[in-house]
Design a protein around this ligand. Structure first.
Ligand SMILES: Nc1ncnc2c1ncn2[C@@H]1O[C@H](COP(=O)(O)OP(=O)(O)OP(=O)(O)O)[C@@H](O)[C@H]1O
Ligand SMILES: [Mg+2]
Length: 266
């Protein structure tokens, strides 16, 4: 059903990294929140970010599509590339970047519009469809990929906010997929969901692997072990350890990693 730890140990890196981060530091005013993070993200691997509250997971995730730009006090140093291009370069189109590097948040946040419009909105503003039929096809395909189509195909004009929490989160994933992204960032996408809805999202993440580079922040160790092939452990703004998920959970190099994954702190 889902990626297992054994499968992840066998996962090989067949591609160039989709994104690379080098020595990324983030400051909120005077306060430093990240102390120089370097990481590669691959299309054929799901990468999990774990670590105690306040260690900088969301801060780093937001750097990857420049969502930190929206926080006045935030300042970033270092370099982040998407397919070799500096995403902080002056000529980078940030709207375009956020379509290429989509984001799914902790709390499902569908627009107060119909299910159809939630998914059609991005393709429309990015001019991805030249006819209504084409737009319909993108909406259908995105909902299929997000494993939501069968549940909503007869009610596409109902409001997105009328769906269950788990359905809303899959709608948000469909919305991210609709603009044909290369990377999908997910910040605790299951923390507001029940176990069944969570299992559905985890299955979906595994299905999407290979097509998109996926980065997921999670507080749930079992989830990280189930869905990811690479795990990054953050502590106090530092990337303590990054490697094969099975390795991190069975044989971590760092004592701090061991203490965290065995529940000694966090
Ligand atoms: N908008 C902000 N303004 C000022 N400081 C911030 C802001 N966002 C985060 N911080 C600080 O940066 C540090 C890292 O926060 P961040 O939200 O990245 O942690 P996190 O690992 O995602 O935590 P959690 O697991 O609780 O979501 C914390 O000390 C936090 O207080
Ligand atoms: Mg966070």
């Amino acid at each position: 059903m889902m990626a297992t730890m054994t499968a992840s140990a066998e996962a090989t890196v067949s591609s160039q990294p989709k994104m690379t981060a080098r020595d990324v530091k983030v400051f909120y005013g005077e306060k430093q929140a990240l102390n120089g993070v370097s990481i590669d993200v691959h299309t054929d691997l799901v990468t999990a970010f774990i670590g105690p509250s306040g260690c900088g997971k969301s801060t780093f995730l937001r750097c990857l599509n420049r969502m930190n730009d929206t926080i006045d006090a935030a300042r970033i140093e270092g370099r982040i590339e998407l397919e070799g291009h500096d995403i902080y370069a002056p000529d980078m189109d940030v709207v375009q970047l956020r379509a290429r590097v989509g984001m799914v948040f902790q709390k499902p946040n569908p627009f107060p519009k119909s299910i159809y419009e939630n998914v059609a909105y991005g393709p429309r503003i990015h001019g991805l469809a030249s006819s209504k039929a084409e737009l319909d096809a993108i909406v259908e395909q995105s909902l299929v990929r997000a494993s939501l189509w069968n549940e909503v195909k007869d009610r596409l004009q109902d409001s997105g906010t009328a769906l269950s929490g788990g359905q809303q989160q899959r709608l948000c994933i469909a919305r991210a997929i609709a603009v044909d992204p290369e990377v999908i960032l997910m910040d605790e996408p299951c923390s507001a969901l029940d176990p069944i809805a969570t299992a559905k999202i985890e299955e979906l993440i595994d299905d999407l692997r290979g097509r998109y580079a996926i980065v997921i922040v999670t507080h749930n160790m079992q989830q990280a072990a189930r869905v990811s092939q690479r795990t990054a452990f953050f502590h106090l703004g530092t990337l303590v350890e990054y490697g094969d998920t099975a390795e991190i959970f069975t044989n971590p190099r760092e004592q701090r990693t061991k203490d965290y994954i065995t529940g000694r702190f966090g």
